[in-house]
Design a binder for this molecule. Structure first.
Ligand SMILES: Cc1cc2nc3c(=O)[nH]c(=O)nc-3n(C[C@H](O)[C@H](O)[C@H](O)COP(=O)(O)OP(=O)(O)OC[C@H]3O[C@@H](n4cnc5c(N)ncnc54)[C@H](O)[C@@H]3O)c2cc1C
Length: 418
């Protein structure tokens, strides 16, 4: 089958690889000069199936109110006359109940746990190296109330197939000795030994090469202007320079941009960009930096060691499609990282970055079929695109081929929003 995969982020590349391995004639189209140069470029590096809890939960609206007006708030809402934002927020609020959160967690976990397995298989099959570390993720707490609330989640997550262990401050230090500076303020932690970390960009670049070796074509620097359709089928795409590409099937993996290209076809996809920042600090020789991936609950930041670099990431800003780096926001992350790991390296050499998470209001990606028989979606992975990419790629490749995916699709498809 001739298949167009739109978008060469980690999700599009994983999908393209699975399709090429299945023997299809795949063309991947992306506006950037190479793979994974937008949201997948410098993310938090966590492959965190055990943290597939969506943002929308019963405590979230109250936390958001508490953070209002704080320049250093982990979540910033820029209210603007943007109907897509209001529609998204309305749906988000509808998901902020305990029952919805539990349902959405189960759905996201289904993809994330499957993805961990698929990533391990791909790693073994391709030999790709991406500064991968399988040392687990340690979630640390300095606030008693937040810690108590998180402990309430442990049982649910373990029931859903995760392995989360409650650990005391000394155990936190034993797991990650680089936390010594913060030890006096630690209340405790939750350790998920099966989680992993690694560089999503390096992985995507390596997988794109393997996909090309299996015959996939990559059209970089090619902006998709629109999808062309007749009745219930998509014919192909038109590029910004007017060139048309036809295909028997099309997969949309355009990250945050996905809804903009689907809307002219009458497809309403509730995906909205949630901007986040990262800072990447070169670890000095003899520098003290963690090797276990971390979540610092107090400032809602994550840390991953990527070879000789330490990546710190966080913040969520609803500011539309602006992915520019606001130096003050990035510096906040850098300051927090240096507070936690003062001897990790030289902050003046840190690289600052911002990207747009393609977020759904329920925290579950949108995979699979649309009203058009040959148009498939693989988007809306939000905070967990790296975590879910390999599983989501396999699921969508199976659907395109007319095979039954290994995981149940209920609650993952676009139809759930109707
Ligand atoms: C600060 C931050 C930290 C994060 N941390 C983590 C983490 O620790 N773990 C985790 O699992 N996830 C994390 N994420 C989320 C993860 O990075 C994203 O979910 C993931 O990268 C989304 O991948 P994608 O391929 O769907 O989107 P993208 O990587 O954005 O890919 C979409 C592609 O489509 C292309 N495109 C868009 N429009 C067009 C067009 N019109 N024509 C042609 N091409 C187009 C773009 O160039 C891009 O390459 C984080 C995100 C951010 C921002």
């Amino acid at each position: 089958m001739t298949i167009l995969v739109l978008g060469a982020g980690v999700v599009g590349v994983a999908t393209a690889y699975c399709l090429a391995r299945d023997g299809h004639a795949v063309t991947v189209v992306d506006r950037q000069p190479g793979p994974a140069l937008e949201a997948s470029f410098a993310n938090g590096g966590q492959i965190s199936a055990n943290h597939a809890t969506p943002w929308a939960g019963p405590a979230t609206p109250w936390k958001a109110l508490k953070w209002l007006g704080r320049a250093d708030a982990p979540l910033l809402l820029h209210l603007r006359a943007d109907p897509a934002l209001f529609a998204w927020l309305w749906r988000f609020l509808g998901n902020c109940t305990t029952a919805r959160m539990q349902r959405n967690t189960e759905r996201a976990l289904r993809v994330a746990l499957y993805s961990r397995q698929q990533l391990a298989e791909l790693r073994a099959e391709t030999g790709i190296r991406y500064h991968e570390l399988s040392r687990g993720i340690l979630h640390i707490f300095r606030d008693r109330a937040e810690h108590r609330a998180a402990l309430g989640q442990v049982e649910l997550m373990n029931r859903l197939g995760c392995r989360r262990q409650v650990v005391d401050p000394d155990q936190c230090l034993a797991i990650e000795p680089a936390l010594a500076t913060v030890r006096p303020r630690l209340i405790g932690g939750i350790f998920s030994p099966d989680d992993e970390s690694g560089d999503a960009y390096a992985f995507s670049a390596g997988l794109a090469e393997r996909a090309a070796a299996r015959g996939a074509r990559f059209r970089f620097g090619a902006e998709v202007r629109r999808l062309t359709a007749t009745d219930d089928r998509v014919a192909g795409i038109e590029l910004a320079d007017g060139e048309r590409l036809a295909a028997e099937a099309v997969v949309v993996a355009l990250g945050s941009t996905s809804p903009l290209l689907l809307r002219p076809l009458g497809i309403r996809l509730p995906v909205y960009p949630a901007k986040g920042y990262s800072v990447t600090i070169p670890v000095a020789e003899g520098g003290i930096a963690p090797t276990v991936s971390l979540i610092d609950d107090e400032v809602k930041m994550v840390y991953s060691r990527l070879g000789d670099r330490l990546r710190a990431a966080g913040t969520a800003e609803f500011i539309g499609y602006d992915a520019s780096v606001e130096p003050k926001r990035a510096r906040f992350l850098l300051d927090k990282a240096m507070e936690l790991f003062p001897q990790c390296g030289d902050p003046a050499r840190a690289e600052l970055w911002a990207g747009l998470r393609p977020s759904t209001p329920d925290g579950v990606p949108v995979l699979g079929r649309t009203g058009f028989a040959n148009l498939f979606l693989n988007t809306g992975h939000g905070t967990l695109g790296w975590t879910m990419a390999c599983g989501a790629g396999r699921i969508v490749a199976d659907l395109v081929a007319g095979r039954k995916p290994a995981v149940a699709l209920d609650g993952l498809e676009l139809a759930r929003f109707r």
